[in-house]
Design a protein around this ligand. Structure first.
Ligand SMILES: [Mn+2]
Length: 347
C-alpha cells in the first residue's frame, strides 16, 4: 500500500513541503488543471509537473482526474476524436511513469453537496448533503453555485446540456462508457496505466440525470464488459458508502480479490437521514462506516495499490478548500497508516 495525498498544483495552499512532512507519505495525486476536457495534455507539461513533485522527494504515480468530455458521455459524433485525444494523454502519462488514472463518468455534475461548511458541535466544519435541500433546486432555472457545479457553463449552456441528456438513460450511458473503455483500455495496456473509475458521489440520480457507478451491479457490468486488469475502480468509501445498501468491507474484499481496485479514497461519513449525511473525521467511531473493516478487507485480499485520505474537515481555524485542508487529511493519513500497520502485524 502506498499512502498519497491530493495536491492541487502550485496554487494549492498546502505546499509539497508540508505534504512530504506527513510521515510515510509516498507521493501526491494531482492533475494539470488548465487543459480543458477533451484536449491532449502536452508531454512537456506532464514532465514539468512530475519534475516539480519529484524534486520534493514525492512520487507522481496517480493522476486525478483526466476529465471525460461530455460528448463522450453523450455518445455524440465528436466522441471518436475526443477519445483519441484521451488516449494520447494516457500515452504521455505512461511515458512519465504514471501508473493510475482516476476519472469519473457522472453526467454534467461531479460530486455534489448542499453545504460546504456545516459547523459541528466541536467547532470544526465539514461537507454535508441534505436531500431535501437538493430537491428544492432546479439547475435549469436557478442561479446556483454548489460544489460539483461547473461554473464555466452559462445558464443557457447548462440548460442545453441537460436537454441533450433527455435521451440518455442508464443503459445508454453504460453503453457509452463501455465504448469509451473499449478504445482506451488497449492503450492503457500498452502504456502500463490503469484506469480507476470513481463512483458516483452521491450514488443516486441527481436532477433526473442517469448515474451508473452507484452500486455493485453497475461496477460488475463495467468490469466484466471490458475485462482487463487495466479496467478498474477507485474504491471511494465515502461515495459508495453514503448509500446504506453498499456494504463497503464486502465490496472492498470482492474487488480487491479480483485485482480490480487500483486506488482507494478513504473517508468516513455519518448518516443523518434518508439520502442525507455529513462527512466526519476518518476514525470508525466518528462516522457510520467501518474503516477498520474496509482496510482489513483490502489487506486480506492482497490490495497493493494507492490510497489517500479523502475529504477532511476544516479544523484548527484552517480555512482550506472545502474537504481539502491540510490538517484533518494529515490526521486521516496517520490514522489510516496506523490501522494498516496494526492489521499487517496481526493477520
Ligand atoms: Mn472520492
Amino acid at each position: 500500500m502506498k499512502m498519497t495525498f491530493r495536491w492541487y498544483g502550485e496554487k494549492d495552499p498546502n505546499s509539497l513541503e508540508y505534504i512530504r512532512q506527513i510521515p510515510l507519505m509516498s507521493g501526491v495525486v494531482t492533475a494539470i488543471y488548465d487543459v480543458p476536457a477533451g484536449q491532449v495534455w502536452p508531454q512537456e507539461r506532464i514532465d514539468a509537473l512530475k519534475a516539480t513533485v519529484n524534486a520534493m522527494n514525492l512520487e507522481m504515480e496517480v493522476i486525478e482526474s483526466v476529465p471525460v468530455h461530455e460528448d463522450i458521455k453523450l455518445g455524440a459524433p465528436t466522441r471518436d476524436k475526443l477519445i483519441e485525444n484521451y488516449c494520447t494523454t494516457i500515452r504521455h502519462l505512461g511515458k512519465a511513469g504514471v501508473k493510475v488514472v482516476c476519472y469519473n463518468f457522472m453526467p454534467v455534475f461531479d460530486w455534489m453537496r448542499s453545504d460546504l461548511k456545516q459547523r459541528m458541535p466541536d467547532g470544526s466544519t465539514c461537507l454535508a448533503y441534505d436531500q431535501k435541500t437538493v430537491d428544492m433546486l432546479d439547475p435549469a432555472i436557478s442561479d446556483l453555485s454548489l460544489p460539483g457545479w461547473d461554473e464555466s457553463y452559462t445558464r443557457e449552456q447548462l440548460r442545453d446540456l441537460l436537454k441533450q441528456y433527455d435521451s440518455i438513460n442508464e443503459k445508454k450511458l453504460m453503453d457509452n462508457l463501455i465504448y469509451f473503455l473499449s478504445k482506451v483500455i488497449p492503450v492503457c495496456e500498452e502504456s502500463n496505466v490503469k484506469m480507476a473509475i470513481h463512483p458516483d458521489d452521491p450514488p443516486w440520480s441527481l436532477f433526473g440525470l442517469p448515474r451508473i457507478i452507484s452500486d455493485e451491479n453497475g461496477v460488475d457490468e463495467m468490469l466484466s464488459r471490458v475485462n482487463s486488469p487495466y479496467n478498474g475502480l477507485t474504491l471511494c468509501s465515502g461515495s459508495f458508502g453514503c448509500h446504506p445498501k453498499n456494504d463497503i468491507p464486502r465490496l472492498a474484499a470482492k474487488y480487491a480479490k479480483a485485482g480490480r481496485i487500483h486506488f482507494v479514497h478513504a473517508r468516513n461519513i455519518k448518516f443523518t437521514g434518508e439520502n442525507s449525511f455529513h462527512e466526519s473525521a476518518h476514525p470508525t467511531s466518528c462516522g457510520s462506516l467501518d474503516m477498520y473493516g474496509i482496510l482489513k478487507a483490502l489487506y486480506e485480499n492482497g490490495f497493493d495499490g494507492y490510497i489517500r485520505p479523502d475529504h477532511g474537515r476544516n479544523i484548527w481555524c484552517e480555512d482550506g478548500r472545502p474537504g481539502y485542508g491540510l490538517f484533518d487529511r494529515a490526521l486521516g493519513a496517520m490514522y489510516l497508516t496506523g490501522l494498516w500497520e496494526g492489521i499487517s502485524k496481526t493477520i
